[in-house]
Design a protein around this ligand. Structure first.
Ligand SMILES: *Cc1c(COP(=O)(O)O)cnc(C)c1O
Length: 393
C-alpha cells in the first residue's frame, strides 16, 4: 500500500522536533550537529531570534496579499537585493526550480522581443542540477532526472563539465543563454574556476548571449561572498537564488539586469505566493545579516578553519577519503568509501551531512557555526570514518 506521504524520498529514520543554532534535536532527545542546514537553507542556523522576530511580527500584521497590490515587504527586499548586486530588478518565487522556469522564459522572451525569435537554445552542463520542474529537469538533462517524464522540454543543449573551447564552439545564432552553477552542488561540490566564469562572460559578451547563473545553492553568503560569482569579478545577466535567501522560509528570487528582463512586461509571468509579506519579511532579515561585510569575512575565516581540519581528517583516513573540495562553507569530501555509508556513520555519531553526486559527502553548515562547533563536527566525522574503517577490516 502506498504510504500517505508520496514515497519519492528514501528517508533516514530520523525525525527532528526542534532546532537551536547549529543543532537539531531528535524526537528521542539526541542532539545532532547540523552540517547540512536543510541543504544550504538554514544560513543563520535554526530558530535565529532575528528571523523568529521578523516572522512573528509580520504574522501578527499580514500574511498574504496578492501581487495585484503593492507589497511593501517585497519592495524592501527587492531594493536590498538590487543595492547589493549587479541586478536592476527582482522577481520572487517560492522555490529554486521556479527560478529556473522564469530564467528560461526571460531569456527567450528577451530575444523574441528583440526580433530574434530563433534564439531559444539554452546551453547547460553535465552534472548540473536546476530543480525538478519541467525546465529544471530539461536543463539538467541527465537520464536520472528525465527518464519516464517525456516529452522533455526542448531547446536545451548539454555540454561536458567543463571545456571552454567546447562552449565557444557550441554557441551559435540559435543560442539564447548559457546556464551554469558557479559551484555545482548536487553534482558533487565542483567549483568552476574563476577563469572559466570569466571565459563564459567573454563568450556571452562577444555573441550577445545571456549568462544565467544558478546560485540557488552557492549563493547567499555560502562561499564567503554574498554571491559566488563575485570571486571571479564577473556579473551575470540573470541569476537564480533560493535556498538560503529565506533562511528556512520557502523563498526564491530571479535577479536580472534591466536589459535581460526587458521582455517581462505586465501579464508575462506571475505567482500567487511568490514575494508574499511573510516570506519577504524573513528574507529582509536574512539579508541584513548575510550581506554584511563583517559577517562574510567571518564566513571566510571559519571556512578556512573547517577546510584545514578536513584536510587533516582526509590525511588521517586515506581509505575513507580522497580529498576536500569546494569553496567557503560549501565543502565536499570526495570519498573512497561509499558516500552514503559515511553519511549513515555520521548519523550514528550525531552529525548530519548530505550526500552528493560523484561519491561526495557535502558539508553545508549554518554560516553562523562557531569555531567550537566546527571542531566538534570534525571530531564526530573522525569517529564516523574510524567506524567505517573497522567495519571494512
Ligand atoms: C536546490 C537547487 C535547485 C532547486 O531548488 P528547489 O527549491 O528544490 O526547487 C536549483 N538549483 C540548484 C543549484 C539547487 O541546488
Amino acid at each position: 500500500m502506498i504510504p500517505s506521504v508520496l514515497p519519492t524520498y528514501s528517508r533516514a529514520p530520523l525525525s527532528f522536533v526542534k532546532g537551536e543554532g547549529s543543532w537539531l534535536v531528535e524526537a528521542d532527545g539526541r542532539r545532532f550537529l547540523d552540517m547540512g542546514s536543510g541543504i544550504a537553507v538554514n544560513v543563520l542556523g535554526h530558530a535565529h531570534p532575528d528571523l523568529v522576530n521578523a516572522l512573528s511580527e509580520q504574522a501578527q500584521k499580514l500574511w498574504h496579499v496578492s501581487n495585484l497590490y503593492t507589497i511593501p515587504e517585497q519592495q524592501k527586499l527587492a531594493d536590498k537585493l538590487v543595492a547589493a548586486t549587479f541586478a536592476d530588478t527582482v522577481f520572487f518565487t517560492n522555490s529554486g526550480t521556479e527560478t529556473c522556469e522564469l530564467a528560461v522564459k526571460m531569456a527567450r522572451k528577451h530575444f523574441y522581443d528583440a526580433g530574434q525569435p530563433e534564439r531559444v537554445e539554452i546551453i547547460a552542463f553535465e552534472g548540473s542540477f536546476h530543480g525538478r520542474s519541467s525546465a529544471g529537469i530539461a536543463a539538467a538533462g541527465s537520464e536520472k532526472m528525465t527518464k519516464g517524464f517525456g516529452p522533455v522540454l526542448g531547446g536545451f543543449r548539454h555540454l561536458k563539465w567543463f571545456d571552454l573551447d567546447e562552449v565557444r564552439e557550441a554557441v551559435n545564432d540559435k543560442t539564447a543563454a548559457i546556464l551554469v552553477e558557479p559551484v555545482q552542488g548536487e553534482g558533487g561540490i565542483r567549483p568552476l574556476p574563476d577563469a572559466a566564469l570569466k571565459g563564459l562572460r567573454e563568450i556571452c559578451d562577444e555573441t550577445g548571449t545571456l549568462l544565467i547563473l544558478d546560485e540557488v545553492q552557492c549563493g547567499m553568503g555560502r562561499t564567503g561572498r554574498l554571491f559566488a560569482h563575485e570571486w571571479a569579478g564577473i556579473t551575470p545577466d540573470i541569476m537564480m537564488v533560493a535556498k538560503g535567501i529565506g533562511g528556512g522560509f520557502p523563498l526564491g528570487a530571479v535577479l536580472a539586469t534591466e536589459k535581460a528582463a526587458d521582455g517581462m512586461t505586465a501579464g508575462t509571468h506571475g505567482s500567487t505566493y511568490g514575494g508574499n509579506p511573510l516570506g519577504c519579511a524573513v528574507g529582509a532579515a536574512v539579508m541584513d545579516h548575510v550581506a554584511d561585510a563583517g559577517f562574510l569575512a567571518e564566513v571566510q575565516r571559519k571556512a578556512g578553519l573547517l577546510r584545514q581540519k578536513l584536510e587533516g581528517l582526509v590525511a588521517g583516513h586515506p581509505q575513507v577519503f580522497e580529498s576536500v573540495r569546494g569553496q567557503g562553507l560549501m565543502l565536499g569530501l570526495k570519498c573512497r568509501a561509499t558516500n552514503l555509508d559515511l553519511v549513515k556513520a555520521g548519523y550514528a555519531n550525531e552529525v548530519i551531512t548530505v550526500p552528493a553526486g560523484d561519491n561526495v559527502v557535502r558539508l553545508l553548515p549554518p554560516l553562523t557555526i562557531t569555531d567550537d562547533e566546527i571542531a566538534e563536527a570534525v571530531t564526530r566525522l573522525d569517529a564516523a570514518a574510524t567506524e567505517l574503517e573497522k567495519s571494512a577490516a
